[in-house]
Design a protein. Structure first.
Length: 161
């Protein structure tokens, strides 16, 4: 039974309680979302990444794989996210003088978007990176995680300006 919501927020019922939105009537369309974020690191940690001397091993590869896995597991982590077919995940990490820039793009052909999957890929990739580098930099921090673009679905395309 679908209840009409008067709050304007589609994850709230009329009584204010949260629920999973029914997307069964939506059209299946190709949808893409991108997200990005940063892990700020010490100069010593940046040097270890660039030199391949991180004590735990290839931190960038581990973070990339963690991000890909996370995108596929988003409904297990985000309570109201729909299980959808994730058809492609790209996670990129670029070492800069301040740390690591992470970006993720997720694609599907489904009834709902993949913004949460892209955000989850970046956030978990960043967490995995910190786990790999914490012996070198205990003060590493994640910052600026955000959606940077989306396309497909009823609301169309959007790109961060």
């Amino acid at each position: 039974m679908t209840e009409r919501r008067n709050s304007g927020l589609n994850h709230l019922r009329a009584d204010g309680t949260a629920h999973m939105v029914d997307v069964s009537a939506k059209d299946v369309t190709v949808r893409t979302a991108s997200a990005s974020g940063r892990v700020l690191l010490s100069a010593e940690a940046v040097s270890a990444l660039r030199g391949g001397t991180v004590p735990k091993g290839d931190a960038l590869s581990v973070a990339r794989i963690a991000g890909i896995q996370a995108a596929k597991r988003t409904p297990d982590l985000i309570p109201l996210a729909h299980p959808i077919g994730v058809h492609a995940v790209e996670v990129d990490l670029v070492v800069s003088d301040e740390g690591v820039e992470l970006s993720a793009t997720v694609r599907t052909a489904d009834r709902t978007g993949v913004e949460m999957e892209a955000l989850t890929a970046v956030a978990v990739g960043a967490l995995a990176l910190i786990d790999m580098i914490k012996a070198v930099d205990r003060h590493a921090r994640i910052t600026d995680v955000r959606v940077t673009a989306k396309s497909g679905g009823r609301s169309g395309s959007w790109v961060e300006s």
